[in-house]
Design a protein around this ligand. Sequence first.
Ligand code: NDP
Length: 317
Amino acid sequence: RKRTVIITGASSGVGLYGAKALAARPDWHVVMACRDLAKAEQVAEQVGMPRDSYTLMHIDVASLDSVRQFVANFRAKGRSLDALVINAAIYMPLIKEPLRSPEGFELTMATNHIGHFLLCNLLLEDLKHSASGDPRLVILGTVTHNPDELGGKIPPRPDLGDLKGFADGFKAPIAMADGKKFEPVKAYKDSKVCNVLTMRELHRRYHDSTGITFTSLYPGCVADTPLFRNHYPLFQKLFPLFQKNITGGYVSQELSGERVAAVVADPEYKQSGAYWSWGNRQKKDGKSFVQRVSPQARDDERADRLWELSAKLVGLA
Ligand code: NDP
């Protein structure tokens, strides 16, 4: 029996190459959970994924209705679930006004955190029953969540404040976690702090009782994924060159995908609560290590409060 992994946002970048790397393993089947199935099908073929190594399923992770529908559709297929990769994300550095999800939440937080929070909660049940004996839930992190590291020092810095935006419902006019003025780059970084807090809180609440391994990873700076598609064209040209030649942080999409696959499948990554990194400067044969997350992302009280408030927003509490 093949193991099944669901990857959100598998139609591009890290998710696509993670899907490719896992589909290439004989013992894994990939569910590509994507908002644009025609595109997903096309890119899966382009990167050479064998047609029987994956299944395409629709999800709009920013929509709570769509997340619930996805879970129902997945269950109807009767597959056991062995791993879930929370990967889909948006980054909209140039917008001036917040966009809104179908339920009215600010769109960056809705996509990167809120919808995924619901998805994790619903699929915990399925992961618990995994026949593999080694279920895993992996959430993509990023260095920019962490002002303690070089890659995270460029302002604006993430700051969830006292989570007032969550407490107040995150709908208009609320646009930020701290309840302050909309700032799109900070919104992305804040959402990634929420991703790490969610991973750590999942670990704290559910690892012992379920045996699920909860982890995050920073795959390196994958400077030429379309994540930067909403940035200035000149930035899109220069950023990969900068990362390749100046910071040394550059990682190819292919390598980022292999790192995702390793964290999902390899025995050495079965360490719940860990945040994996290969460092900011890529050395040849660079080894992975467990990295300390940012002060806000390792704040247990904040993790617990974010969990309770997020549960309310998605209708679980
Ligand atoms: P991409 O923009 O290349 O891919 C994002 C994926 O998310 C796409 O498949 C996109 O779909 C999907 N997506 C966006 N919104 C939705 C939605 N509402 N519903 C369903 N799917 C959606 O980004 P990356 O591959 O670069 O980033 C992937 C992850 O890796 C993110 O979590 C990011 O934070 C993380 N990361 C990236 C780094 C980098 O340097 N690139 C560094 C560290 C972490 P579509 O194809 O339809 O647009």
